[in-house]
Design a binder for this molecule. Structure first.
Ligand code: AMP
Length: 271
């Protein structure tokens, strides 16, 4: 456990944890703002977690900007930043992985082997280090939310999992550190993600409930974008990530960049 957490606990102060991989944007800051509202102490972690990247993914080139992150974090009124080195997080020879069976194997998990084991392992270690009362995650990564909720419940972590809405650009694109990879043409093409979700939400609002109709509406809108390769488009249950349900989840690849988004179709798409 971190020294600061030990002291805050002794003083009876509530602790909110916001785990991030840095390259901070308004989505991260919204999590911090919510944590600020609900806790006496807010800790942000900044750690690009090597074990949640599958072989051949973008671990090496993942955007890192510690100076800008530090500026944003101090502006957001953080009490402490936990920024462990890789060798501190994973002692040489560390080989333990936390596996949340079921959810971890579908959709994002199937596309990114080992990804959710890496997420579940690092989140468990962050909970142990910081001992937060509440931990904040973005709805942007809906399947990660399902994995973390299950993990906290199954391993009896005494932490409340809080989920904050997806923060979007003006055209609807979900903010993501990976948007920085996109050139202007690709950035325009990325609009197809939110356009597809909006279309499916409109169909749902008009009374469409047949999962296959909703799924093919998503798929067709994504396929209409020539620069996008569709990885999946599904309508699933938000806890189990199996069909049927009302959470639309989509993943595309534009050039070398992989983007995901989701929306609960029972709600109006924002904007
Ligand atoms: P990351 O740094 O990408 O690992 O994200 C750290 C946290 O911020 C995760 O809980 C994400 O779900 C959340 N997050 C990322 N993008 C957004 C967004 N656009 N809106 C809200 N939360 C987000």
């Amino acid at each position: 456990m971190l020294e600061g957490s030990r002291r805050w606990r002794r003083e009876g102060l509530s602790i909110g944890l916001v785990p991030t991989m840095g390259a901070l944007h308004a989505g991260h800051l919204s999590l911090i703002a919510e944590a600020r509202r609900e806790n006496a102490i807010v800790v942000a972690s900044v750690f690009v977690n090597p074990i949640q990247f599958a072989p051949g993914e973008d671990f090496e080139r993942y955007p890192r900007d510690p100076a800008r992150d530090a500026e944003q974090l101090s502006g957001a009124g953080i009490d402490a930043v936990y920024r462990p080195a890789v060798e501190v997080m994973y002692y040489p020879g560390a080989s333990t992985r936390v596996h949340v069976a079921g959810i971890s194997d579908r959709l994002e998990g199937a596309a990114r082997p080992g990804h959710f084991d890496g997420v579940a392992t690092v989140v468990s270690k962050l909970f142990t280090a910081v001992e937060p009362d509440r931990a904040y995650f973005g709805q942007k990564d809906a399947q990660q939310v399902a994995v973390v909720r299950r993990l906290a419940r199954d391993l009896d972590f005494p932490v409340q999992i809080r989920v904050c809405p997806t923060v979007r650009e003006a055209d609807g694109l979900a903010m993501s550190s990976r948007n920085a990879y996109l050139d202007p043409q690709e950035r325009a093409a990325a609009g197809s993600l939110s356009a597809a979700l909006r279309l499916a939400a409109d169909a749902y609002a008009a009374g469409e409930r047949r999962p296959e109709q909703l799924r093919s509406a998503l798929q067709a809108r994504l396929e209409a974008e020539p620069l996008a390769q569709v990885e999946y488009a599904e309508v699933v249950d938000p806890e189990t990530f199996t069909s049927p349900g009302s959470l639309a989840v989509v993943a595309i690849r534009i050039g070398t960049t992989r983007l995901i988004d989701n929306h609960d179709l029972s709600m109006r798409f924002p904007g």
